[in-house]
Design a protein around this ligand. Structure first.
Ligand code: ADP
Length: 265
């Protein structure tokens, strides 16, 4: 906060006055800086796949087209990079809607057990491919809750896909739902994967923040999954946090409030 004192002397009347202008400059500067960083990040994240696509197209033009096997490999790379860009732009659009509060929630009564089983089903192929086991553990008091199903599915998908991405073959994922008090549903997604170093923990929900950029990219990540999850949970009036032990595993826990009448059940 800066303090600007303006000393003024009234003309002819001999009066003296002081106007104090208080401005939160540090806050404004921080916001401006984080905006600049965000734009730089977006540009970089889009430029990387575009550069790759360009070089593969040039290679095709320079003769790779004549070699069908090589050509199909190059086209495949270009398609994968295009898909990454689409994912990135979709994620960015969603974040921008959540930021501008344009995103209205369409809440509906949702069966928690069914919702969690469906998440596991969506990932069954990937889980099997990487020999990762998944358990779902729901406490008895957990039943229906009002939530925006599409959006909470996205939170769960982001968390489970992270758990799969950052857990070596043969690992184990658990989804645990409980009701620590009548007002709240708590859902944990827990893995026994690579974990996150302590020094990175407090920045992990920042947009584009990744512990290992190369690994995240090669896994198809955009660096926006946790930020989106946090915004969606916040829009529902809930909280989200992450605990992790480097080399041991990670647990992300989020809560969602039950409506008053549900809490009475
Ligand atoms: P990404 O698309 O890179 O996965 P996220 O926002 O979902 O982006 O996650 C940010 C970073 O947090 C990841 O790049 C990764 O370094 C770390 N991370 C997230 N979930 C896990 C997890 N379950 N285990 C280990 N690291 C994780």
């Amino acid at each position: 906060v800066t303090y600007t004192g303006i000393h003024s002397r009234g003309k002819g009347y001999g009066s003296t006055g002081t106007i104090a202008v208080l401005q939160d400059v540090t806050g404004q500067e921080k916001l401006e800086q984080s905006r600049r960083e965000f734009v730089a990040n977006v540009s970089h994240e889009l430029r990387t796949p575009l550069t790759t696509i360009k070089s593969y197209l040039e290679a095709l033009e320079d003769g790779a087209l004549e070699e069908p096997q090589l050509a199909s490999k190059f086209v495949n790379v270009a398609r994968n990079e295009t898909e990454r860009m689409i994912r990135l732009v979709t994620d960015l659009l969603q974040l921008s809607r959540l930021d501008s509060k344009q995103a209205t929630l369409h809440k509906e009564p949702t069966d928690v057990v069914e919702m969690l089983e469906e998440v596991a089903d969506r990932f069954s192929f990937q889980l099997e491919q990487r020999s990762i086991a998944i358990d779902i553990d729901v406490a008895p008091g957990v039943m229906y809750i009002m939530l925006d199903r599409d959006r909470i599915d996205q939170v769960l998908d982001n968390l489970v896909s992270n758990a799969i991405k950052y857990t070596p073959e043969g690992g184990h994922i658990r989804i645990i739902a409980g009701r620590p008090d009548p007002q709240q549903l708590e859902i944990c997604v827990q893995d026994n994967g690579i974990g996150i170093p302590r020094k990175d923990l407090n920045r992990i929900f920042e947009r584009f923040y990744r512990v290992d950029k190369a690994r995240s990219r090669s896994m198809g990540g955009t660096g926006l999954g946790l930020s989106i999850a946090r915004e969606i949970v916040k829009a529902h009036g809930g909280t989200i946090h992450l605990d992790s032990e480097f080399g041991q595993g990670t647990r992300v826990t989020f809560t969602l409030p039950y409506q008053q009448e549900e809490a009475a059940v």
